[in-house]
Design a protein around this ligand. Structure first.
Ligand code: ADP
Ligand code: MG
Length: 589
């Protein structure tokens, strides 16, 4: 093939790929431009999750009519003159690329009016073709409208995720910018109801509720810390409030939302030994650093920065967060509580005397469909005297319950040695198989709640839940939208009636966020597995002997009793042979 220079059109579409990946990245660039223009109010309207329309209106300084054409040229910016400026940059933009990029892959209309001009002006760009500037009436400020994103690059269109996912990305983005700029009024809407609206009164706590929901926001701890020109402010979670992923950790550095920053690791370190393995804090932190200490020009979408002295910043963040955590947390109890879920209130269940005294029968709230069917009380048989009974792989033999240890594991004896059963994983498996069996028969009994539980969610979470309402309904939930980003749980699958529905629902939404677009046909099984995980007894939950036995019995009847629906083992087997070797009764000395 001959080497040739790309046509400007193709070149700009390629360049656009770096900046414009999805609707949310367009919104990000436009919102940053509005902030750079000194806007006090920013209104974002979208249609079809941003695919057909994104309109960002601001009341900033506007763009003079005779500069409009320049604004959509590549490398045209009013924010930077020399490369040195990069190290004292106070604006979010500086590359002069966003409008050109967006204009090359959409139908872009800019309407702007500056304070000095008598009228406004409008310019359209379609797939990179720049039109003529027209005079129009418009309020002071700028309105940028982007229609039919990627209409001329079908290949990129294919990479967009489901509407729900794209919409969530926009929600998440705007909520975070609203939090970073509390003195600016933000509004986001699709159709008539705004999903986010802030007052611009500078109160970050109020906006925090939009990000996390009211309950979580209330629990977040304040961080304020200053040192040698660095300042850290914002919110972090107390040790009792955690997530299974790092997605709720947000960092803004000098007003920019930075993703995947090493500072996330610094924050997590601040919680060292205070959180269980695999749990992460929530945070929305705003770091102000001297501009000369930060290189902002390391990423086309400006989503990363580099520090001149990373260790110093790292340690500053870690110490500041740690101080805030310790100031609010009575450490030993909190750590213990976290480890045990709820602190066990009595001696170990393995004590038979205590067992007897404590064996009050069924737990309140259990129903007949429920966790621990009361039918078979002691079907576990004593171990067979013939040691030849080898368990079928994948199945479990009949087990004789010995007791519960650490309020977490069941100890049982089988024909070939000792079994340690993880009560949570085992219960997950049991619930999952029951639920899926009912689901197959299309007869999941659901149980109305006496008092419907109301759950407040952050906008992004609310969108997620909305997307999955039908699936949850198939699984026996009855959940209805209940005002702005709130939901009312009216019924849950009868299998779960002993669990706390609001908490479980919130946890479910958190799980939804972990993977973006699951395959449609996998969704039900996957959501069922998650529901079961949330509804299953927890590690740290004291079970009475009847419950322990019922759990073992149920596990014995499972088709795949050896793993939980997520693939983790439900039990560990210590065979007689292994015990003998360990105690030196058998084998080489
Ligand atoms: P950058 O933000 O890196 O300068 P952009 O392509 O995003 O590059 O914007 C180009 C120029 O257009 C900006 O430098 C600014 O002068 C002008 N501009 C863009 N959006 C706005 C806005 N909302 N209000 C005022 N001026 C704007
Ligand atoms: Mg810009």
């Amino acid at each position: 093939m001959t080497i040739r220079i790309l046509s400007p059109e193709v070149a700009s579409q390629i360049a656009a790929g770096e900046v414009v990946e999805r609707p949310a990245s367009v919104v990000k660039e436009l919102v940053e431009n509005a902030l750079d223009a000194g806007a006090r109010a920013i209104t974002v309207e979208i249609a079809a999750a941003g695919r057909t329309l994104m309109r960002v209106a601001d009341d900033g300084v506007g763009i003079p009519a005779d500069e409009l054409t320049l604004a959509v040229e590549r490398h045209a910016t009013s924010k930077l003159v020399s490369a040195d400026d990069l190290f004292r940059i106070a604006t979010l933009g500086f590359r002069g690329e966003a409008l050109a990029s967006i204009g090359s892959v959409s139908r872009l209309t800019i309407t702007a009016h500056t304070h000095e001009a008598s009228a406004g002006a409008r310019l359209r760009v379609e797939g990179g073709m720049i039109g003529k500037v027209e005079k129009v009436g418009a309020p002071v400020g700028t309105v940028i409208q982007v229609e039919d994103l990627f209409y001329n690059v079908p290949a990129r269109l294919k990479f967009l995720k489901q509407d729900g996912t794209e919409r969530r990305a926009i929600d998440a983005l705007l909520t975070r910018y609203a939090l970073a700029y509390p003195q600016v009024r933000f509004k986001l809407s699709e159709g008539n109801t705004p999903s986010l609206q802030t007052s611009g009164d500078g109160d970050r706590r109020a906006i925090l509720a939009a990000l996390y929901g009211v309950d979580v926001a209330r629990q977040m701890l304040d961080v304020v810390s200053e040192e040698e020109g660095y300042r850290l402010s914002g919110f972090i979670s107390p040790v009792a409030l955690t997530r299974s992923n790092r997605k709720e950790i947000t960092f803004f550095i000098n007003g920019r939302w930075i993703q995947d920053t090493p500072l996330t690791a610094a924050l997590i370190q601040a919680y060292h030994t205070l959180l269980m393995v695999g749990r992460y804090p929530l945070a929305a932190l705003f770091l102000e650093a001297p501009p000369g200490e930060v290189d902002v020009n390391v990423h086309p979408a400006k989503a990363e920065v580099r520090f001149r002295n990373p260790d110093k910043v790292f340690s500053f963040v870690q110490r500041s967060a740690r101080r805030a955590i310790l100031a609010y947390t009575p450490v030993p109890q909190a750590a213990l509580q976290n480890l045990w879920g709820s602190v066990p209130s009595g001696p170990w269940q393995a004590d038979p005397a205590w067992d007897l005294a404590h064996d009050t029968g069924r737990r309140p709230g259990l129903n007949d469909e429920g966790l621990f069917p009361s039918g078979q009380q002691s079907s576990a048989i004593p171990p067979s005297s013939e040691d030849t009974q080898i368990p079928v792989p994948g199945q479990v033999p009949l087990l004789r319950l010995i007791g519960q240890i650490g309020a977490t594991y069941l100890v049982a004896e089988g024909p070939d040695g000792l079994y340690l059963v993880d009560q949570h994983a085992a219960h997950e498996r049991v619930l999952f198989e029951k639920l899926m069996a009912q689901h197959e028969k299309k007869s999941i009994p659901s149980q109305s709640l006496l008092t419907p539980a109301v759950v407040d969610l952050p906008p992004a979470g609310a969108r997620l839940l909305e997307d999955q309402l039908t699936v949850l309904e198939h699984l026996g939930f009855q959940i209805e939208p209940f005002g702005n980003n709130a939901f009312q749980v009216r019924a849950i699958p009868a299998l779960f009636t002993n669990s706390e529905p609001a908490g479980a629902l919130r946890a479910l939404v958190e799980d939804f966020e972990e993977d973006e677009a699951p395959l449609q046909n996998e969704i039900e099984a996957r959501i069922a597995a998650r529901v079961c995980k949330r509804m299953a007894v927890k590690a740290g939950q004291v079970l009475n002997p009847e419950e322990q036995r019922a759990l073992l019995n149920d596990l014995e009847t499972c088709l795949s009793p050896r793993t939980c629906p997520h693939g983790r083992p439900t039990m560990i087997h210590l065979s007689v042979d292994m015990l003998e070797r360990q105690f030196g009764r058998k084998g080489p000395r």
